[in-house]
Write a protein of this length. Structure first.
Length: 191
């Protein structure tokens, strides 16, 4: 015969497990999560099978910044349910122009130190230019030769952003922050 104290301990353990699961699910859905990267559009910054820590609270009180690596729902009808990861290049209201391998923001060259020109930008692209509408960002993959990004699907609504990729956590030897340090002025634009 099972005594009542053992049943109470068992029920208390189940309560703790249930509460822990609920808290874990809520944190993963609304605060911070780990995501597995599939694809090579962000080489050499992020590789296939890397695992990233995503801060889902980053843009509740502020807008994305140039250089942020974001996870977002692509504005594509045939890709619903998928998430993309790209770098924010131009912000709402900014004029951008891509000439060859160079990006200009409001007429000034964007210094992209995270790009390996020799490996990941081998093609000369047609001139692409525009102004980012209010409530949107323009994103590019770091591996410009192999990236489905704003050049093909257009601007990303800020409301589609799931979070900011803040740290590469796996593989351990490649663990690093994904923050971009821009020279002069902090926005990567030269004079």
């Amino acid at each position: 015969m099972i005594n009542k104290s053992k049943i109470k301990v068992f029920i208390d353990c189940l309560k703790v497990i249930f509460i822990t699961l609920v808290i874990t699910i809520l944190i993963d859905k609304y605060v911070i999560s780990i995501t597995l990267v599939k694809g090579c559009s962000m080489l050499n910054t992020i590789n296939d099978d890397d695992r990233l820590l995503i801060n889902k609270l980053s843009y509740i009180y502020k807008k994305p910044s140039r250089g942020d690596v974001i996870v977002f729902k692509p504005p594509l009808k045939n890709r619903e349910g998928e998430l993309f990861i790209k770098r924010v290049i131009a912000l709402e209201g900014e004029k951008f122009k891509i000439i060859g391998n160079h990006v200009y923001i409001n007429g000034e060259l964007l210094m992209e130190r995270y790009i390996d020109d020799e490996k990941y930008i081998k093609r000369d692209y047609n001139i692409l230019q525009g102004i980012v509408p209010k409530g949107y960002v323009f994103v590019l993959g770091d591996n410009r030769n192999n990236s489905n990004d704003s050049r093909t699907f257009g601007f990303v609504p800020i409301e589609n952003i799931v979070g900011k990729a803040v740290t590469k956590i796996w593989p351990i030897k490649g663990a690093t922050t994904l923050a971009v340090e821009y020279p002069k002025g902090g926005d990567g634009i030269t004079d």
